[in-house]
Design a protein around this ligand. Structure first.
Ligand code: UDX
Length: 414
């Protein structure tokens, strides 16, 4: 650790999106001087002014607190004096395949200004990517995937369950290990390929776990006396299973699980392997929306055009403003496509949805709707008075079981 010494260790970060801005701020909090680069001048300006480009609890305060150790710039030249440069740019899917151009460009640009730096890839990339980039650029590249959840991103970065460091250069691995020493977390030292594989295998496993409990929830709904929350509690106390990611709900969304499972399946297919368990998890996830539609159709069959469905929550989970791949948004689109009218309310989401009436409070949204679906587990929904007799589908287990006789709770019989 370097705090208190004459000079801070200077670390570069390329890409100031969700993970990039959190990593920059967390590393500054840990004592490093951080230079963050992004080609988007607006992001750079906003971070320089102490305003994170995304909502993440605690991030703004930590950004302001560490502003002296943080420099943000749109010019790669600012990375000249950084010895270690994290690459944290997006790796979206294009036609079902991972699109690597942003990562490739970032590494090339780093090479242009600082060819002796150690590049640390935090972007999610398929096994073999770092080695290919090393061959192409001749640079030293370490793989250091992130396991950061939105909503608890700072904690996950400062105190991760484990730090995975992959590489083929022993000295570089040791140096990157030193960067993360402050976290006091177990460190897995391995090859680049294993590090890259660990990231996908972990995310896909968690997605499978969510779909698994969602299927058990479907079954519980058919068996008198069954409730998935109790079942999950009973399962989770087994240390081999663990209680996490066993919350039945509307299905997984967000910027990682849907994208990573798709890229992983396509990667496997190209190698002649079929990831059938992951394929099933993705299929189960798609069907979450159709189950809600079935319930509404059963109730209102034939009169869809006269029914306003109020969707409470649009983000992919609570404590974020992120609506990427949100199941709630997919639900809204599906409802509109089959003729329902749609109202919506979310305390954070900034998304604009065509043909949807957005409300400023959950209360107004409920009052103006004929049926309600709770799609995101925002704590404020817990306080809702849904004793309106309206048909309510609680997809997040937010309401108490007997708050309304016309209430359908995910994973509960009846
Ligand atoms: C995820 C991974 O957890 C993280 O390690 C990775 O690096 C990025 O992707 P994030 O997308 O922030 O993080 O969300 P996460 O908390 O993992 O939830 C993903 C989705 O699964 C959400 O839509 C959430 O609502 C859903 N989920 C999660 C459940 O439905 N039930 C659960 O028990 C857990």
């Amino acid at each position: 650790m370097v705090e208190g010494e004459e000079k801070f260790m200077r670390i570069g970060v390329v890409g100031l999106g969700y993970i990039g801005s959190v990593t920059s701020v967390a590393l500054a909090e840990a004592g490093y001087e951080v230079v963050g680069i992004d080609i988007d001048e607006l992001k750079v300006k906003s971070l320089s002014a102490g305003e994170p480009p995304i909502y993440e609890p605690g991030l703004k305060e930590m950004l302001i607190k560490n502003s002296k150790k943080l420099i943000f710039s749109a010019d790669y030249g600012a990375l000249k004096e950084a010895d270690y440069i994290f690459v944290i740019v997006p790796t979206p899917n294009k036609d079902g395949k991972i699109y690597l151009k942003y990562v490739e460009d970032a590494v090339e640009n780093v090479k242009r200004v600082n060819k002796n730096a150690i590049v640390i890839i935090k972007s999610t990339v398929l096994p073999g990517t770092a080695s290919n980039l090393m061959r192409k650029t001749g640079m030293t590249i370490i793989s250091n995937p992130e396991f950061t959840k939105e909503g608890t991103a700072i904690e996950d970065t400062l105190k991760p369950d484990r730090v995975v460091i992959g590489g083929n250069d022993k000295k570089a691995i040791e140096e990157v290990k030193k960067i993360w020493e402050f976290a006091n977390s177990p460190i897995i030292e391995t090859t680049n390929e294993n590090a890259e594989m660990i990231k996908y295998a972990s995310n896909a496993f968690l997605a499978v776990k969510v779909s698994y409990i969602n299927e058990i929830a479907n079954l519980c709904e058919k068996v008198p006396g069954c409730d998935v929350e109790e079942v999950a509690r009973g399962m989770g106390l087994d240390k081999r299973i663990a209680p996490y990611f066993l919350k039945a709900g509307i299905g997984f969304g967000g910027s990682c699980f849907p994208k990573d499972t798709t890229a992983f399946m396509s990667f496997a297919k190209d190698l002649g392997e079929n990831l059938s368990i992951i394929e099933s998890a993705v299929k189960v996830n798609k069907n979450r929306i159709l189950r809600i539609i079935d319930l509404l159709e059963d109730k209102f069959s034939g009169s869809e055009k006269n029914i306003r469905v109020g969707v409470l929550g649009l983000t992919f989970k609570a404590n974020t403003d992120d609506t990427r791949e949100s199941q709630a948004v997919k639900l809204v689109e599906k409802l509109l496509s089959i003729g329902f009218k749609v109202n919506a309310y979310d305390p954070m989401a900034k998304i604009k949805l065509e043909n949807v009436e957005l409300f400023n409070s959950a209360k107004d949204c409920i009052e103006n709707s004929d049926a309600v679906v709770i799609a995101t587990e925002w704590p404020e929904f817990r306080e809702l008075n849904v004793r309106t007799g309206k048909f309510v589908i609680d997809m997040r287990r937010i309401l108490s079981l007997n708050s309304n006789s016309n209430l359908k709770i995910v994973g509960h019989y009846g």
